[in-house]
Design a protein around this ligand. Structure first.
Ligand SMILES: [Zn+2]
Length: 191
């Protein structure tokens, strides 16, 4: 059963897996390269984020440290910026790049950028879908009940895919807003 499904759908599954793997490698190699390069103003990630937040009128926003590598994120519920230790203290181009991008999410929130709100609204259901997908597919494949669980698997997968589709413009827009704000503050840095 599994063999049959894998052999008839490998051309759908394999390219997706390879593409995901390639994206991960590209991310860590680019981040790795630019974490070795200092920035001209010798700013830390936290300092860069502070400047961008301040110039966007977010003077009171807290910038905290969160454990883990590339765990940087904007927390919309507590309205604070959480940077990984490496990027909070780091003075590389990579550190200020990540910090500025996360500040971009805070600016989106302040501007009530609609796709950010769609994304936030989808978080609980997407978490549920990602959690339920694997056990359900195991029940389907190993329990020989694929015909019964397949419709539900398609729904869960669609939820995850929709979430990722909404995430994409939110991510591009966050970097764009960070660059625009940084460009006003540092005339030569933002284009
Ligand atoms: Zn982001």
């Amino acid at each position: 059963m599994i063999g049959m499904i894998v052999s008839s759908y490998w051309w759908v599954i394999i390219p997706g897996l390879l593409l995901g793997f390639y994206a991960q490698m590209k991310l860590s190699s680019t981040f790795g390269r630019y974490s070795q390069v200092g920035n001209a103003r010798n700013l830390s990630g936290a300092e860069a984020a502070r400047i961008i937040l301040d110039s966007a009128g977010l003077h009171g926003m807290e910038i905290g440290v969160t454990p883990g590598k590339l765990s940087d994120h904007y927390d919309p519920t507590k309205k604070r910026l959480m940077l990984s230790e490496e990027n909070f203290y780091g003075r590389s181009i990579a550190a200020i790049g990540v910090a500025a991008h996360e500040a971009g999410h805070a600016i989106q929130h302040k501007a009530a950028y609609a796709p950010l709100h769609w994304r936030m609204a989808m978080v609980p259901i997407t978490n549920f879908a990602s959690m339920a997908y694997l056990p359900l597919s195991l029940i389907g494949f190993l329990g020989g009940m694929l015909d019964k669980v397949l419709p539900l698997m398609i729904i869960l997968f669609s939820v995850i895919a929709l979430f990722q589709t909404v995430t994409l413009p939110v991510e591009y827009d966050a970097s764009h807003r960070a660059k625009k704000t940084a460009g006003r503050t540092w005339p030569h840095s933002g284009k």
